[in-house]
Write a protein that binds this ligand. Structure first.
Ligand SMILES: [Zn+2]
Length: 133
């Protein structure tokens, strides 16, 4: 089956926009120190895996380089796919740990470490001291 030219064109367009958007997000998130907490690190690793998979799709669409034409690409694809499950389990464990953590609002109420505002008094919770690790 040969894909229609319209389908191939759309694949090329959306691969480019997705790769660009994801690469921009990784750079922007890194510049804003997103890696400085445990949840941010898991998100960055997950994003790099997605970048790799999108990159492999781009290689296939633009250069016809895929698991059917290259054993190296096949192994890279296997490795990226194999890492997604463990990374998602890691993210879940980190999220559960962070969600259980607590701290206090300016008025002394105990709130979740993920809270932005205190649910009892509505005071904003300072980002300072918010640690996920
Ligand atoms: Zn409060």
């Amino acid at each position: 089956m040969t894909p229609s030219p319209v389908l191939v064109l759309l694949l090329k367009i959306f691969l480019c926009t997705s790769l660009s958007g994801l690469a921009f997000w990784i750079v922007d998130y890194s510049l804003h120190r997103g890696w400085s907490n445990a949840l941010g690190r898991t998100l960055l690793v997950k994003s790099f895996l997605l970048l790799g998979l999108l990159g492999l799709s781009a290689l296939s669409v633009f250069l016809n380089l895929n698991r059917n034409t290259s054993i190296a690409v096949a192994w890279l694809q296997v490795a990226l796919l194999a890492l997604i499950g463990p990374v998602m389990v890691w993210r879940s464990l980190v999220f559960r740990r962070v969600a259980r953590a607590t701290r206090r609002c300016p008025n002394g109420h105990v709130v979740s470490a993920l809270a932005i505002y205190c649910p009892r008094c509505g005071e904003p919770i300072s980002a300072q001291g918010r640690r996920a690790d």
